[in-house]
Design a protein around this ligand. Structure first.
Ligand code: G6P
Length: 593
């Protein structure tokens, strides 16, 4: 996805905006750009590359300005080129726009605008926006009115920040993609996400879909754009968020990912700090519905698979996890007797939101587990539990994956009226994770990572709760080290995958008390074909070529066994010279189809 940030204030803010943009780089990093807006000019600087590289070439600090909009891109429409980088301009170079999302009907709009004489420079969907606004202004509308009018014209999901030469205002529009406002004494921010301005203000206004924000240097007004195109002022509360600034900073760590892996000791504690009443009301709701579904994408989907196991074992409750992007194919199962638990770090994943919107329409109840308060999913849900673990910046989910499992585990204990027992177990888990992430353990895993780094393919196998754990481990390896990694339920190996095993092919085998006999027998099948076995296990077995010792934690094995896999993927990426925080082609929050 893309990251957008705009600032208008009493001070020259190039450095602040640049810093804010860097905090959004996890959302996209193939190109970036900045518009400095003055009364007489708009200076656009943009190019292909990560923010530091482009800034080193173009110097985003000049000219100093108090009105700036900027963008970091994850390409969707149009290749990775300087022209396609944002901000975009209209023909007269008076209107400048940054955008996150996709304008589905941009081709028709572009055709119409070309017929009207507009000249385009890029292949992007975004570029239609400044030209559309220009067209509306040509027809006699004021800047604000022209911006409001485009809301009805563009389809798809979008978050936009718009500036105009000679106008001391910036305008934000939210239709389906994330947008928040930061309010401070020295000026106001409109951005994709809170970490963009967290260092400068904790005062936040959450924006809903079809709302338009008009920010000037000392005021923020929010309007709802009505179906008839009129705007209606909305009274908004300014929230003070309790996210810790340090959580959005790398500090002395080389990467966010390793910082966030180590933060998991805290994450377990923070995610466990749920309001008892709320947890119990979640559990009550679950009991009142006939059909229960989990919904998630990526790591959040894997957490839901762990949740399915926990619900079945702890609460004897049946739940069907569905991949958010596949949800619509199961729409016939959803009705007013359905309860959906949507799981999402960002609360902005397009597929999750689309599925939730559909489920709501047919009368399903929506509960969610979210990290980002004020995100779209929180608005769409009947109720939600927050992960409380602060911003996660590394593209690969680590501490939020663990937080999701912690909350799912608490819900299942609440369902079986054994919440205290669940909490105790999670307290114990904290010590375990502390030891598992200690320096000597990390060194050990770094050594194994050096062995794996040149492999073409890695298999990860597990059974029971360790099967979704294997899936999460394989995903981590794929996304940041670019090695093909595949997870299998141990018993499935013989149904096809075994043909891929030959001399030297590494297999990570996840072992626990419950599954030890069967999974070790699967490991033997690999060893017989000269595969290399990396055992992640509470005990040693002679079959292991490498051994990562983890304690036996029962239901919490889903967390204790995933930590070495996260570390392994991190060290493989680092030893290959890759940046684990910014894996190629990926972004943290996927707000498109
Ligand atoms: C992206 C991220 C993944 C994440 C997935 C779901 O693909 O790169 O790390 O698991 O989205 O994100 P969510 O915010 O809904 O949990």
């Amino acid at each position: 996805m893309c990251g957008i940030i705009g600032f208008i204030g009493k001070i020259k803010a190039n450095e602040i905006v640049l810093d804010g943009l860097k905090h959004l780089e996890y959302r996209g990093y193939d190109s970036c750009g900045v518009s400095m807006i003055t009364l007489s000019d708009i200076i656009v600087k943009k190019d292909v590359g990560k923010i530091d590289e482009v800034h080193a070439r173009l110097n985003f600090l000049e000219p100093a300005s108090n009105i700036i909009i900027s963008h970091t891109r994850w390409a969707t429409h149009g290749g990775i080129t300087t022209y396609n980088a944002h901000p975009h301009l209209d023909c007269k170079k008076e209107i400048t726009v940054v955008h996150n999302g996709i304008i589905e009907n941009y081709k028709e709009i572009k055709k119409y605008l070309i017929e009207k004489g507009h000249k385009f420079k890029s292949e992007t969907d975004t570029e239609v926006v400044p030209h559309l606004i220009e067209e509306e202004i040509n027809k006699g509308k004021k800047f604000e009115e022209a911006c409001a009018s485009i809301i009805k014209k563009i389809r798809g999901s979008s978050a936009l920040v718009i500036g105009k030469k000679g106008v001391e205002k910036i305008i934000g529009i939210k239709i389906g993609s994330p947008l928040v406002v930061g309010v401070s004494e020295f000026g106001n921010f409109i951005a994709s996400d809170i970490p963009a301005f967290l260092k400068y203000t904790k005062n936040v206004i959450f924006v809903k879909d079809y709302e338009m924000v008009i920010a000037s240097k000392d005021k923020v007004r929010v309007y709802e754009v009505l179906k008839n195109g009129r705007i209606k002022k909305v009274k908004k509360k300014v929230y003070t968020i309790d996210w810790n600034v340090e959580k959005a900073e790398k500090g002395s760590f080389q990467h966010f990912m390793i910082k966030e892996i180590l933060e998991q000791v805290d994450a377990i504690k923070l995610a466990s700090m749920q309001d008892r009443e709320k947890l119990e009301s979640f559990a009550e709701n679950i009991k009142n519905y006939k059909n229960l579904f989990f919904l998630g994408a990526g790591s959040s989907y894997h957490a839901s698979l762990v949740g399915k196991y926990l619900f079945s074992k702890i609460a004897k409750t049946t739940v069907v996890p569905i991949l958010a992007s596949e949800f619509i194919h199961y729409k016939d199962l959803i009705n007013d007797e359905s309860l959906i638990i949507a799981i999402s770090q960002s609360g902005e994943t397009y597929d999750v939101l689309e599925a939730v919107k559909f489920a709501k329409k047919v009368g399903a109840k929506i509960l969610s587990i979210v990290n980002v308060n004020g995100s779209s999913l929180t608005w769409e849900s009947d109720d939600y539990l927050l992960m409380n673990v602060g911003p996660e910046i590394g593209v690969a989910a680590t501490k939020t994956y663990t937080a999701e499992i912690v909350i799912l585990s608490l819900i299942s204990y609440a369902l079986s009226k054994r919440l205290e027992e669940g909490k105790k177990r999670l307290e114990y888990l904290q010590n375990i994770i502390y030891n598992l992430t200690a320096e000597n353990r990390r060194k050990e895993i770094e050594g194994i990572a050096r062995f794996l780094k040149d492999k073409k393919s890695i298999f990860v196998i597990g059974r029971g709760i360790l099967y979704p754990t294997a899936m999460e481990g394989a995903l981590k390896i794929k996304e940041i080290s670019y090695i093909h990694a595949e997870a299998f339920a141990g018993g499935e190996l013989k149904h096809g995958t075994l043909s891929l095993i030959e001399k030297g092919v590494p297999a990570i085998v996840l072992v626990d008390e419950e599954t030890k006999d069967s999974i070790l027998s699967n490991a033997h099948e690999i060893k017989t074909r000269e595969g290399v076995i990396i055992g992640v296990s509470p005990f040693y077995n002679e079959i292991f070529d490498y051994f990562i010792k983890v304690p036996e934690c029962g239901y919490e094995n889903a967390v204790s066994h995933v930590i070495p896999l996260q570390l392994l993927s991190y060290y493989i990426a680092v030893s290959k010279g890759l940046d684990p925080d910014k894996p190629r082609n990926l972004a943290k929050s996927i707000t498109v189809k």
